[in-house]
Ligand binder design. Sequence first.
Ligand code: UD1
Ligand code: UDP
Length: 368
Amino acid sequence: MLNMKISIILGTRPEIVKFSPIIRECVRLGLDFFILHTGQHYSYNMDKVFFEQLKLPNAKYNLDVGSGSHGQQTGKMLVGIEEVLQKESPDVVLVQGDTNTVLAGTLAAAKLGIKVGHVEAGLRSYDRSMPEEVNRVLADHASDYLFAPTPKSREILLHEGIDENKVFLVGNTVVDALHQNLEIAQSKSQIFDTLGVERYQYMLATAHRQENVDDKKKFSGLICGLQKVQREFKIPLIYPIHPRAKKQLDAFGIDSAGITFVEPLDYLAFLQLEGKARLVLTDSGGVQEETCILGVPCITLRNNTERPETVEVGSNVLVGTDPDRILEASKMSLDHKKNWTNPFGDGKTGEKIVEILERKQDINWSQK
Ligand code: UD1
Ligand code: UDP
């Protein structure tokens, strides 16, 4: 029986989704754990709605750091997380993914000598201009348990010199989350009626990456590409717009006629829409994975990806933000066969991670 105390540190929409299977497993086994929310995401539809829908226990602490520059945001988190960790003295801290919350959580814990488990370790875009790439590299190299989702991510970690005893190939909790919620989404979500669209008679887009939406030329190209695709296929193109992207779209005054913008959607509605889309266009990491698992063709509005498995199995194409490339790739993707295999595991990743923590709890890496 696991007798260690676990601190789960999260702060953004994808972390809540991808941590949900691990949190559910901790609850199921009656483990001693608590959630520390940094407050990086705070709008109802980017945060609370996911806790409610996924029926997750409330965070014991919320640091309410909110938005700010990278330094301000990460610095505030570091101070707040350190205080909580000193008070609670957990045996292990879990972080997930590549956000500023992950960087701050890892750093605070590592400096206090608390073991860190990094869920979704070993992803690399090899593009250091992305804040996420810096965060994931630093988190991996300061972690004690590296939960790699695929053989490729495991290999990357070993090539970077990380001790193989610290690396665990477990799959990605995104599969668990999908398996646990897809059926509920199908029975509960009214999103098709709400939006007035028919299954397979629309396309879905999401884009929020800093390097895309904070750059006027790139964001204009991306939007123009979406408009071209909508005009070509003559079916609605629905874009649940992330607050960062909305702010930038307004600030740049980009013409976006023809695109159906909606507020960020709750998870069940989004899953429904994603699963029955003709095509998904995105720069999101999680959406590249989910479309691959759901058998929906994906066009990635970036020139690189830290999820190359999706491209290799044939579910995903990288096109960047050039309008004509977006259109051409979209035309080709619709003809794709959709019988690729899911490279992200069997949907038991949450259980495996908790089981590994249990098995390895007495290991003291510094004495190895
Ligand atoms: C962050 C992550 C990114 C992840 C994304 C998931 C980093 C460096 N980036 O990007 O990797 O893909 O979350 O969605 O950690 N805002 C709101 N309400 C909110 C949250 C944000 O209005 O609840 C607006 C604010 O104007 C804010 C902007 O969105 O300035 C950006 O938020 P921030 O958390 O800094 O980064 P994301 O773009 O959300
Ligand atoms: N998502 C959602 N509603 C939306 C857009 C996305 O529930 O309107 C979910 C999606 O299913 C996935 C996660 O949010 O699980 C992806 O988050 P995001 O794209 O913000 O971050 P990234 O994965 O790029 O870090």
